[in-house]
Design a protein. Structure first.
Length: 500
């Protein structure tokens, strides 16, 4: 793997190009967090409004990951990723031009769509790497891409300060945020002209039916409906938060209207799911054992992603302001210190995937890492101003390691559930990471950091218990090829790819 990564040839070239695409979407997605306090002061925002913008940043990623997953399975990752990268310029420029809270809400809601880019690379990587290497490959893709959160928190304040001569000496956050969108759009064109969906000679498998996820049992159908409701609930929770005192982006009538629209969306989702799975539900179709999968396993992976990626989203969004206020730091310094959390993605998420590949059991890897997430966040509960700053950083780094390794371990399993529906399954699981982020940040907006850390810790320990008793080892976890496919053959040299 190391030799291949250094060669930049064949499938490793695709991996590098894809993780960098994800890196740029993350830089864009988190380009607000380093400037939260500065923007709040300049635009005269209340603290509750600043916290709410963090929730808005995550909200539309929930439906976007589902929709992007469907588009991905239908059109392939090359087109889907390229278009998403180019779209990123829209919310970035909208944020940079915002003049008040309402402008920021709209721009950050649109930015949530960019956060769906992760799903695309999951399918791309699964097309190029066999099951026995999927954990480390997905870990590198996700971890090095998630490193974009560090890139945003560490470098954007520096860029803003360097460009301050354009704003009379004030931090030029508008320039820094706009720059991220412009770079992303340019890379979208580069990505489109540099990759292909599958190795030469390998067909891109598409779902037989579009519009909703195809399940293989009646029990799985109802589990999927409950899962869909959870995502709608998260959006309804955001609408409620936007109506609360000191926010007032929505009035009560508008909040009820949003809830009615969300109910309609849920009804439409349920109808599409019924259409796709109609023959199964009325007893006209049964699936061979080789075609079956349990949606309950997808639901459990959704939970593992809530406690791993969901907690990471919450932590990355609140840590800069947390360190600034707890230890009385300048916002640039606080942002750089908080960046130690996403910095670990460089090694922690790949290590979670690698451990999943090498430990011999993806189930027990997930269980142990989930327990580590729980214990480390419960330790973070006790951080306060009397602590030594290096010790506080060390505790957050431990929490960061386990949360990010949990992301890697989760997506060491996701592509093994149902290959041709990987985009949709990855979209569902990924959306629940954002569900976790929305719920955790809503709790944070109503309480404080210690309660947030406690909530994330307890949830992770519950998840560890459920993984130990209910998570099943996927079939072919360590095989040399996916079920129904021939063992991998090194791709031949083409106009795009060099021979491995």
């Amino acid at each position: 793997m190391l030799k291949g990564l250094l060669s930049f040839n064949g499938r490793y070239r695709i991996l590098h190009l894809s993780w960098f695409a994800f890196f740029l979407t993350f830089v864009c997605w988190f380009n607000f967090a380093p400037f939260a306090t500065t923007i709040g002061k300049q635009l005269h925002l209340a603290p509750e409004q600043v916290k709410t913008l963090g929730i808005c940043n995550l909200a539309l990623t929930i439906p976007a990951r589902i929709i992007i997953g469907m588009l991905l399975d239908r059109f392939g990752p090359r087109i889907t990723y390229s278009m998403l990268l180019m779209f990123a310029a829209v919310p970035c420029l909208a944020t940079a031009l915002s003049q008040n809270f309402n402008h920021l809400v709209i721009s950050r809601l649109l930015m949530g769509i960019v956060g769906a880019g992760f799903v695309v690379g999951i399918r791309m990587v699964s097309e190029w790497f066999p099951p026995k290497e999927i954990g480390i490959a997905q870990g590198i893709y996700g971890g090095w891409g998630n490193f974009g959160a560090f890139g945003a928190e560490f470098t954007l304040p520096t860029i803003a300060v360097a460009a301050s001569f354009l704003t009379g000496g004030a931090s030029n956050w508008r320039f820094a945020i706009a720059l991220t969108g412009i770079i992303s759009a340019i890379y979208g064109v580069i990505y489109f002209n540099s990759v292909q969906d599958t190795p030469p000679g390998k067909a891109y498998k598409r779902p037989k039916k579009n519009g909703a996820l195809e399940v293989t049992s009646v029990k799985s159908f109802w589990a999927m409906i409950i899962s869909n409701f959870g995502l709608i609930f998260a959006l309804g929770l955001l609408a409620w938060r936007l109506e609360q005192k000191n926010i007032h982006f929505l009035n009560q009538s508008q909040m009820y209207l949003v809830w009615v629209l969300l109910a309609g969306l849920f009804a439409y989702q349920t109808y599409k799911a019924w259409q796709v799975n109609k023959e199964l539900l009325i007893g006209k179709k049964t699936y061979a054992s080789s075609e079956r999968y349990q949606f309950g396993q997808v639901a459990l992976l959704e939970f593992t992603y809530i406690i791993s990626f969901g907690s990471e989203l919450a932590a990355v969004s609140m840590l800069p302001a947390f360190f600034e206020k707890t230890f009385g730091l300048e916002h640039v310094v606080a942002g750089m210190i908080a960046a130690t959390y996403p910095f670990l993605n460089l090694i922690s998420r790949p290590s979670g995937g690698l451990i999943s590949d090498k430990f011999g059991s993806r189930k027990w890897t997930m269980t142990i890492i989930s327990a580590g997430i729980g214990v480390s966040y419960l330790m973070a509960h006790y951080i306060n101003g009397s602590w030594s700053l290096p010790v506080a950083i060390a505790v957050t780094m431990v929490a960061a390691y386990f949360a990010q390794a949990g992301c890697g371990a989760t997506y060491g399993i996701v592509p093994l559930i149902k290959k041709e529906a990987t985009g949709q399954i990855a979209g569902n699981v990924g959306a629940y990471g954002n569900f976790g982020g929305v719920v955790y940040l809503t709790i944070f907006s109503l309480t404080d950091a210690p309660i947030l850390f406690t909530t994330m810790g307890v949830a992770a320990l519950i998840c560890a218990f459920m993984c130990a008793f209910f998570l099943k080892e996927p079939k072919g976890s360590f095989a040399g090829a996916y079920e129904g496919e021939s063992p991998e053959v090194a791709p031949q040299n083409t106009g795009i790819l060099a021979k491995e």
